[in-house]
Design a protein around this ligand. Structure first.
Ligand code: ATP
Ligand code: MG
Length: 169
């Protein structure tokens, strides 16, 4: 079953590398609606893995999120979503735009994330992935009291591509 999420809305993805965030978003939202730190690292820097370009990428990401939300446009924030201060900023921006705020948690089992990560062209270093995997359940609990209108936990049997293609109101 596909859960219907509000739309327009701010949608913040949360999950470790390889948990399926970008795949989930690409199946449900138009490319223009998804603001991705990896994509912006590739634009401001030499590629999605250019960590030296992170500050510039996140500065651009914040500008784009503010611009889109200010226009009442659906905005899917595709980052790890594990940084409390950033989540709080995006939530406040949705609030001031009068848009519902949705957190979407990909708590894909750790072995599956590790397996997917290992098969990637540029795997995330194992200690970094371990740190992310440890943070996900902590953030998942924290989301319950942060003030999100919807906290959607992506279930393992949620179809990779939603049955009704849009998957939202
Ligand atoms: P990152 O944080 O590194 O950007 P991510 O959370 O965006 O990772 P994806 O790039 O969406 O993860 O997915 C990682 C890999 O897992 C891809 O090879 C993708 O094809 C696969 N994958 C994603 N979702 C599923 C799924 N529901 N079932 C099986 N494989 C999946
Ligand atoms: Mg991704």
């Amino acid at each position: 079953m596909t859960t219907r999420l509000p739309d327009p809305a701010l949608v913040v993805l949360v999950g470790a590398a390889g948990s399926g965030k970008s795949t989930w978003a690409a199946a449900r939202y138009r490319a223009e609606e998804v603001v991705s730190s990896d994509t912006l690292r590739g634009i401001a820097g030499s590629g999605p893995h250019d960590l030296d370009a992170s500050d510039d990428a996140f500065a651009l990401l914040e500008r784009i999120v503010d611009a889109r939300l200010g226009r009442g446009l659906t905005t899917v924030v595709d980052t790890l979503g594990l940084d409390d201060a950033r989540r709080s900023r995006w939530l406040a921006a949705a609030r001031s735009a009068g848009l519902p705020a949705v957190a979407v948690v990909h708590d894909t089992p750790a072995p599956e994330c590790r397996r997917r990560n290992a098969t990637r062209e540029r795997p995330v270093p194992a200690p970094a992935l371990a740190g992310q995997l440890k943070r996900v359940p902590v953030v998942r609990r924290s989301l319950e009291t942060e003030g999100w209108d919807v906290v959607h936990i992506v279930s393992r049997d949620e179809p990779r591509v939603p049955e009704d293609a849009a998957g939202r109101d």
